[in-house]
Design a protein around this ligand. Sequence first.
Ligand SMILES: Cc1cc2nc3c(=O)[nH]c(=O)nc-3n(C[C@H](O)[C@H](O)[C@H](O)COP(=O)(O)OP(=O)(O)OC[C@H]3O[C@@H](n4cnc5c(N)ncnc54)[C@H](O)[C@@H]3O)c2cc1C
Length: 210
Amino acid sequence: MTNLKVLISGASVAGPALAYWLHRHGFQATIVERAPALRDGGYAVDFRGEAHLTVLRRMGILADLERVRTGTGSMSYVNSAGKPQAELPADMFAGDIEILRGDLARILYDATRQHTEYVFGDSVTSLAEDAHGVTVSFEHGAPRRFDLVIGADGLHSTTRRLARQPPRARPHRARLPHRGQARRAAQRPPQRRSQGRLLLRRAATGCGPP
Ligand SMILES: Cc1cc2nc3c(=O)[nH]c(=O)nc-3n(C[C@H](O)[C@H](O)[C@H](O)COP(=O)(O)OP(=O)(O)OC[C@H]3O[C@@H](n4cnc5c(N)ncnc54)[C@H](O)[C@@H]3O)c2cc1C
């Protein structure tokens, strides 16, 4: 399963981090990012606890993060005369390492650009999957073939939208009640039983709740 060609949509945090691990495991990653260049905006993001630090260490970027950490200290609330009223410790806000999101994106990009192909200023427009892979069309570039396509393009992911087929074209997924449900349904009064059947029928035809 190595040497597979993987397309990742989105070059923010998840995309480059995934490309890093894919490369470590022998995959070839291409990242397509809609923005014309790496997006360096954002405020502070925190890493907390041993799990986070271990991942950063294993990726070999912990020292890079430490170099650009914000160094946020404790936070004091003062009254109108400037006299401290309360103090909140630094680790409450900054975790173990606090870094600007743009710095994190840059570090992940630098850690991957030697082995990852980055295509900026483009976006996936269609995905056609067959038994051997996926043909991907782009807004600007020529269509290409990949073994796998992964969406890391945020909350309103284009990849997720394109990968989801319209409900009618979905393969038939009958939802059969397990034995306990069937027994309980048989014990219900007739009216409720028919509602149960209606729900099942709706689910099977794709017109009801998922
Ligand atoms: C500019 C920016 C600033 C941010 N600032 C902060 C912050 O200060 N604090 C905080 O906690 N979180 C911030 N976030 C959110 C934070 O980065 C993410 O919520 C979190 O890190 C998850 O990252 P992600 O890589 O999954 O998705 P995101 O960070 O949302 O990145 C998605 C990426 O996909 C790209 N993309 C979107 N659609 C397409 C498409 N059709 N084709 C190709 N590429 C596409 C976007 O341009 C973006 O680069 C910010 C995100 C961005 C993009």
